[in-house]
Design a protein around this ligand. Structure first.
Ligand code: ADP
Ligand code: MG
Length: 246
């Protein structure tokens, strides 16, 4: 179910010393929508995430979130407005438990953890446990995050994103390094996430993209190429040609 316009990426260009990683790229996302962004390696997908979250500054164009121009805001300021990015590399703390990682994510203020050490305040236990349940890690809550399996670490990170309460979630290659069973489980989790959040998922694994059953935006060489259902973009001659590299 989609609502009013949430995000508008409006003609952004990101220039790395004359090389345009993004070239007048535009897309919009409605509140409650899940969108998949695909494109060959180097298409500019991760740079798009970086531009939305304020990690790189576009040379031209704007990013509007709930109508507010985010261009020029710091990453911290953008996160505070309700956008959260799950990185390609895991961002969990290995030495503390899965439950503690979720509790920490729920608090943006990490100094709280240093001040109080171990021990999640009683009033926060229930919401932390609800997140662990939702990502299927309830029975792994007391395991040190560093000892979780690869897939479990990714799901913990998705749980941490959930715990932040962010309205827009950016997931950059959430299935990297996963086998088919873990990939299916991740697709299920993201569909579940889509019930309460707006989500942009970046990936190039077509079997995963099919399982997400969401509209797809195709990028190529920093530009918008196509948008449509998975079936439509898969059958599109231009999309096939950029994927095959001719
Ligand atoms: P994707 O995620 O679609 O594989 P990226 O957004 O990571 O693509 O990269 C798009 C292009 O921009 C690539 O050619 C990449 O080499 C280049 N690029 C990305 N980041 C930088 C950077 N910091 N400096 C220079 N070039 C970069
Ligand atoms: Mg990338």
């Amino acid at each position: 179910m989609s609502g009013p316009l949430l995000l508008a990426v409006d003609g952004i260009t990101v220039d790395f010393d004359g090389f345009k990683a993004l070239d007048t790229f535009s897309m919009t996302l409605d509140k409650g929508e899940t969108r998949v962004v695909i494109g060959p390696n180097g298409a500019g997908k991760s740079t798009l995430c970086d531009a939305i979250i304020g990690r790189v500054r576009p040379a031209a164009g704007r990013v509007l979130f709930r109508g507010e121009d985010l261009t020029g805001l710091s990453e911290q300021a953008i996160v505070e407005r309700g956008i959260c990015r799950k990185f390609q590399a895991p961002g969990i703390l290995a030495g503390i438990t899965a439950r503690e990682n979720v509790a920490l994510a729920a608090r943006r203020d990490r100094s709280w953890w240093q001040a109080f050490g171990k021990g999640i305040p009683a009033e926060e236990q229930a919401s932390v446990d609800a997140v662990l349940e939702r990502v299927g890690l309830a029975d792994r809550a007391e395991v040190k995050a560093g000892e979780l399996a690869h897939g479990e670490k990714q799901w913990l990170e998705i749980g941490m994103v959930l715990a932040t309460g962010a309205e827009l979630v950016l997931l950059d290659e959430p299935t990297a390094g996963m086998g088919p069973a873990e990939t299916s489980r991740t697709a299920e989790l993201i569909r579940d996430l889509g019930d309460t959040r707006s989500v942009i998922v970046i990936d190039h694994d077509m079997s995963f993209v099919e399982q997400l059953a969401a509209p797809v935006t195709v990028m190529h060489q920093g530009r918008f190429l196509k948008q449509g259902s998975v079936e439509a973009v898969r059958a599109d001659p231009e999309v096939i040609s950029v994927y095959l590299g001719h």
